[in-house]
Design a binder for this molecule. Sequence first.
Ligand code: SAM
Length: 244
Amino acid sequence: MRIDVLTLFPEMFDGVFSSSILGKARDKGIVSLNTVNFREYSNNKHNTVDDYPYGGGGGMVLKPEPIFAAVEALPKHQEAEEVPTQPRVILMCPQGKPFSQKIAEELSSEEHLVFICGHYEGYDERIRQYLVTDELSIGDYVLTGGELPAMVVIDSVVRLLPGVLGNEMSAVTDSFSTGLLEYPHYTRPAKFREWEVPEMLLSGHHENVKRWRRKESILRTLERRPDLLEGRELTKEEKVWIME
Ligand code: SAM
């Protein structure tokens, strides 16, 4: 997968793209992570990328020319002898579709993603209308820029790419991947202060442990995020656990 991020602050991505799991995925060649400072595509001598809003009002608006030019200059992803694929061009904005694990899974099957990070009051509406394919929000609050939101989305997409997570960390049982919140985890020691690990986990009985985890997962979801259970087909056993 190739990921390009259009930003006025490329240095913000340095540590994130070169550390931990993202850094390893990049080193293994599973993902190519690139930043583009769209100020370099400004078409005026002062290198400005924003201007006053038509109609007045506070704040500055990102101009369309540098952002269109930066996207259009990106190399197109192309498998041997294939027609280049069109990238998904994702605008980070609080007005976008709420980001979710489901969207992360969908994006992880793309070959080329482009993220546009905004600043100031917002973007010229023509960027939204004629350039982007998706608008994503990471929550109902407003940040100063799109860099942190883009990092959130990129991190959650890259960890789903085959070969990125080792066997010791599987995305399959993660919260939301299963449609539920994940079950509780414990590690050694079996007794810490006066608190003991649930006996079931020490039993070595794989089927019972699996069942215990499914039950804990259902109960935790019921307690914390009952909305996730709406419309879910529950087994007889799961219904009993919920009624207990
Ligand atoms: N005036 C805009 C509005 O009310 O929708 C908010 C602009 S915000 C100060 C500047 C930039 O930060 C946005 O263009 C976007 O790129 C990013 N941003 C802020 N909050 C975000 C969120 N919750 N999700 C995604 N991007 C966000």
